[in-house]
Design a protein around this ligand. Structure first.
Ligand code: PMV
Length: 341
């Protein structure tokens, strides 16, 4: 069954890693396993229009919030090139991709996870429209496999809840090629977990993650870091089940700091935390010491801080943020998100 032209609309969420993926080999094969939860409100909406037009291709143009953005196209071209090895009919079409994020691009929040997973979802939908026999589960796995080829973390955005990517013996069925839903018990305290993202620095982050992954090659601490990430993931399994927030916070914060330690000890060294990032981390530790409330932080490859806490403490923590942390934020301050279940 052929299709001359058409339009596919999809939405895909961002995710935040608890166990950080940092380092890869070959074609987007992770150096170690990672674990994230998928967010509810930070989404990319993508419309993929296609017209039959055979080319060496695959040919496309990319628009972001209605504007043609040639600067985003090289990364998408790499993705399309890799994907065309698995979906040969891509070369039969010309595509126009229109994407928008529900979160400000200038927030410094990574949009590659939601953006690439949305694009992968749209391509799998096209495969189905062209007759591929995939049920919902097989389609999600296929989209995860394809999304990985665009951005590693994107492959975790295809499922709700906690998601694992990377083969690790503690999690049967885990794979380097695609992500899977976290298969073990999760205590209710973690199910509605809140993620308030403090916008410390608006504008572009100062380093592409692809360069960061590259700098892990030959990094003197790479091997212990990869082993540590897997050990932390294994330690998190009983913690996620029992609901031990203190142990959870300890592991998650160590992961975030370890990721940034890899950046600071790379050659060349770089530092994505800003003075206000560090001020927030201290304020969180002080607050926890004084109140004992369940609150911890994690960091992505940037200066922003993700504050994680259970739904039961939402108002208390938002009061703390408004009273004590807003002074460290730029612009509109923060975005309130939560795990999608
Ligand atoms: O998916 P990439 O190549 O942009 O790498 C993402 C890496 C981190 O966001 C820092 C960690 C992670 O696991 O999401």
């Amino acid at each position: 069954m052929g299709l001359k032209s058409g339009k596919i609309r999809v939405t895909s969420p961002s995710n935040i890693a608890l166990i950080k993926y940092w380092g890869k080999r070959g074609e987007q094969i992770p150096a170690h396993a990672s674990l994230s939860f998928t967010l509810s409100h930070s989404l990319t909406e993508t419309e993929l229009s296609f017209v039959e037009e055979p080319s060496e291709g695959p040919g496309f143009r990319f628009f972001f919030h209605g504007r043609h953005r040639p600067d985003f196209e090289p990364k998408i071209a790499t993705f399309f090139r890799r994907v065309a090895a698995h979906i040969p009919f891509l070369r039969d079409y010309h595509f126009e991709i229109h994407s928008r994020n529900t979160f400000p691009h200038s927030s410094g929040m990574a949009s590659s996870a939601s953006g690439m997973s949305a694009l992968a979802l749209a391509l799998v939908q096209l495969e189905r429209d062209l007759g591929a026999d995939l049920d919902a589960f097989a389609a999600a796995r296929r989209a995860s496999f394809l999304a990985r080829l665009g951005s590693g973390s994107a492959c975790r955005s295809l499922y709700k809840g906690l998601v694992v990517w990377g083969r690790i013996s503690a999690i049967p069925g885990s794979s380097d090629a695609y992500a899977i839903p976290y298969p073990y018990g999760v205590h209710p305290i973690f199910r509605g977990v809140q993620d308030t993202i403090l916008l410390i620095q608006r504008g572009q982050k100062s380093l592409a993650s692809s360069l960061g992954h590259e700098l892990m090659q030959g990094h003197p601490h790479a091997k212990p870091r990869f082993e540590e990430a897997e050990k932390n993931l294994e330690s998190l399994i009983p913690v996620l089940k029992s609901g031990d927030w203190e142990a959870f916070g300890g592991l998650v914060e160590r992961e975030a700091l370890s990721l940034h330690a890899m950046m600071m000890t790379a050659t060349p060294a770089y530092l994505l935390m800003l003075p206000n990032t560090v001020a927030v981390l201290h304020a969180v530790w002080d607050y926890r010491k004084q109140t004992g409330h369940p609150l911890c932080f994690t960091l992505d490859a940037g200066a922003n801080v993700h504050l994680l806490y259970p739904e039961t403490h939402r108002q208390l923590i938002l009061d703390f943020i408004d009273g004590e942390l807003l002074r460290y934020c730029q612009g509109q301050g923060y975005m309130a998100d939560r795990a999608a279940y």
